[in-house]
Design a protein around this ligand. Structure first.
Ligand code: SF4
Length: 145
């Protein structure tokens, strides 16, 4: 089994979130002892700055964004769909190049959400764009709150 894991960088304490903060998860960090950990942030990989305006998938979830039937808009109304898709593809590329066996993604994010995302500030069921893209490639990400 590969000892290489990709992890949403904000979970590792890197201040990559839209608001310039992190979402450090000590329990996850402890559980990764002995693994080679590669931090990734799909939104940064997609070319977005940090901090950046918060963004949401306007309807449905990441799968619909990939199909072209939903958009990702930030709170200023800018369409950031292309950056979100690019970040998803770059994350997949890193997963392949590094031969990582597992990826942990931060739930409730429009990129990283595995079981939930935010809409109108509320948590709803659904996947972010990166989680949905990875799923389409046969990779089941593990969601972390
Ligand atoms: Fe964290 Fe993912 Fe948001 Fe980047 S895109 S800050 S890794 S939840």
């Amino acid at each position: 089994m590969s000892k290489i894991v990709l992890v949403s960088s904000c979970l590792l304490g890197i201040k990559s979130r839209y608001d310039g903060r992190d979402a450090k998860n000590e329990k996850l960090i402890k559980s990764l002892k002995g693994f080679v950990v590669i931090p990734i942030c799909p939104e940064q990989l997609g070319g977005l700055p940090t901090p950046r305006p918060a963004a949401e998938i306007q309807k449905h979830g990441g799968k619909a964004v990939l199909k072209g039937t939903a958009k990702v808009l930030d709170e200023t109304g800018e369409d950031v769909t292309a950056q979100f898709i690019r970040g998803a593809k770059e994350t997949f590329k890193i997963m392949r190049i590094s031969k990582a066996g597992t990826i942990y993604l931060k739930d409730r994010s429009p990129s990283c959400g595995v079981t939930s995302i935010k809409r109108n500030g509320k948590t709803v069921r659904g996947q972010g764009v990166t989680a949905a893209y990875l799923k389409s490639k046969g990779i089941k990400a593990k969601g972390v709150r």
